[in-house]
Design a protein around this ligand. Structure first.
Ligand code: NAD
Length: 449
């Protein structure tokens, strides 16, 4: 059995039996058996089942948010927002079931049409930072397209995904369509990746494991969507509303205690505004409420585990530019930390995945773009300026999948989300998310006698 801890108290909140390779095979077999009937469900009926699941998530919202908060150590207010998004995702994909159209294409001698077919059994592998949210981003489109699924939550955080599996049954989704299988990446994960009856892997996690998934998928030419790490830039020009940018910047990196693939952990500031912005940023960071995740006013909780705290701490040498407060005693706490850095420093290049931000000055627009793009990653980012032309010019020039202007917002139910470069490929959410869970078939019908 594996003990599941509350990262804020180090107490065991559950014990889980991790699945074996044989149990993984059995889950895949169940999903394979359930596929023909599930793909044949009329679109309107499949939509109704997804909508019922969305409603059940809403009805159990507080329970799911409390469970997520205790298992991940995330503040309850954030967990409530995430569960709200989970319900929205299922509502959205319920609505998308009968709007995922094919085309007719003008050809000689007949009629040509395209069809969107489900893939079959899909393996969904999710990380520990947004366990329920990221599960829904994959389950919603996978089910909407008519696939059956085996979903593997992360070792540390399986509880809400397991509860979601129960709710899927309660919603009336037939047995075998949704299989939730907690277990190790090296056992359940690799088995799903290599399994000949799994048609696709939807993976969210680190770039290193993403590389293993790609290698493992090659054996069966499995489709993969990879949502991987990030090291995103928050680019602040001197002509920005500095107060607004500085007030927002801490939440772009310290939300979820920095355990966020979209964290804008490189704060690039135009040199002429650097001192003023740094002063405002320190003031705003001091205001981040750190403490008991179950308290409604808490904005930052602990890190997910002791081992992860050690990794985060290894990035910070000596005295940082600013270090906030964190509770003493039990719990995997780490304070909000600001470090002054050069673009070539490790802290400015590697994903920390903790509440540590690197402050980097730049001389002009060209240098800002150069530094922002000087990264193996390309997931998200922000641009702060009052000059609209510059905002769009810089947005075009930065190599990243998701960008926001005068905002930290990266994720919306209806808009595509995913990375450039080593942040992965494929898109989740919105109608683009459906492309990753269907095959395009072309049918030509000869009409000439
Ligand atoms: P991780 O890569 O260690 O694990 C992710 C999942 O993969 C877990 O379920 C794990 O058990 C499984 N896994 C591990 N080894 C495997 C293997 N060999 N084969 C198949 N599956 C395997 O990532 P993590 O530590 O859980 O999450 C943090 C990482 O996730 C960060 O790098 C973060 O940036 C990334 N992330 C990306 C996004 C995004 O949308 N781009 C979102 C959230 C997190």
């Amino acid at each position: 059995m594996t003990a599941i801890l509350n990262p804020a108290t180090e107490e065991t909140i559950a014990e889980i039996a991790p699945a074996s390779a044989e149990e993984t095979d059995a889950a895949v077999a169940r999903a394979k058996k359930a596929f023909p009937a599930w793909r044949a469900v009329a679109p309107g009926d499949r939509a109704r089942l997804l909508r019922r699941l969305a409603t059940l998530v809403e009805e159990h919202g507080e329970e799911l948010a409390r469970l997520e908060s205790r298992n991940v150590g995330k503040p309850i207010s954030g967990a409530r927002g995430e569960v709200g998004m989970v319900a929205q995702v299922f509502h959205y994909y319920a609505g998308a079931v009968d709007k995922h159209f094919g085309e007719t294409i003008p050809v000689a001698g007949g009629i040509d049409l395209t069809l969107r077919e489900p893939l079959g059994v899909v393996g969904l592998i999710v990380p520990w930072n947004f366990p329920l949210n990221i599960s829904s981003w994959k389950l919603g489109p996978a089910l909407a397209c008519g696939n059956t699924v085996v979903l593997k939550p992360a070792e540390l955080t399986p509880l809400t995904a397991l509860r979601l599996g129960e709710l899927a049954l309660e919603a009336g989704i037939p047995e075998g369509v949704v299989n939730i299988l907690p277990g190790k990446g090296s056992v359940v994960g690799t088995r799903l990746v290599e399994h000949p009856d799994v048609a696709k892997i939807g993976f969210t996690g680190s770039t290193e494991v993403g590389q293993e998934v790609m290698r493992g998928a090659a054996g069966t030419i499995k489709r993969v969507t990879l949502e991987l790490g990030g090291k995103s830039a928050n680019v602040v020009f001197a002509d920005a509303d500095l107060e607004k940018a500085a007030a927002a910047a801490p939440y772009a990196v310290f939300d979820n205690a920095g355990q966020d693939c979209c964290a804008r952990s490189r704060i690039l500031v135009e040199a002429s505004a650097y001192d003023r912005f740094a002063e405002l940023l320190v003031e705003a960071t001091r205001g981040v409420e750190v403490g008991d995740p179950e308290d409604d006013s808490t904005e930052m909780g602990p890190l997910v585990s002791a081992a992860h705290r050690e990794t985060v701490a290894s990035f910070v040498d000596g005295d940082p530019f600013f270090r906030g407060d964190a509770p003493d005693g039990k719990g995997f706490w780490y304070p909000a930390t600001l470090v002054e850095a050069r673009p070539e420093d490790r802290i400015a290049r590697d994903e920390v995945f903790g509440p540590v931000a690197a402050l980097i000055p730049f001389a002009d627009e060209a240098e800002a773009i150069r530094i922002a793009n000087d990264s193996d990653y390309g997931l998200s980012g922000s641009i702060w300026t009052e000059n609209g032309g510059r905002a769009l010019r810089v947005a075009r020039a930065i190599d990243t999948g998701v960008l926001s202007i005068n905002s930290n917002s990266s994720v919306r139910v209806s808009t595509p989300f995913g990375g450039f470069k080593r942040s992965g490929f494929g898109r989740e959410l919105g109608m683009h998310g459906l492309a990753g869970y269907s095959e395009l078939k072309n049918v030509y019908y000869a009409t000439e006698d």
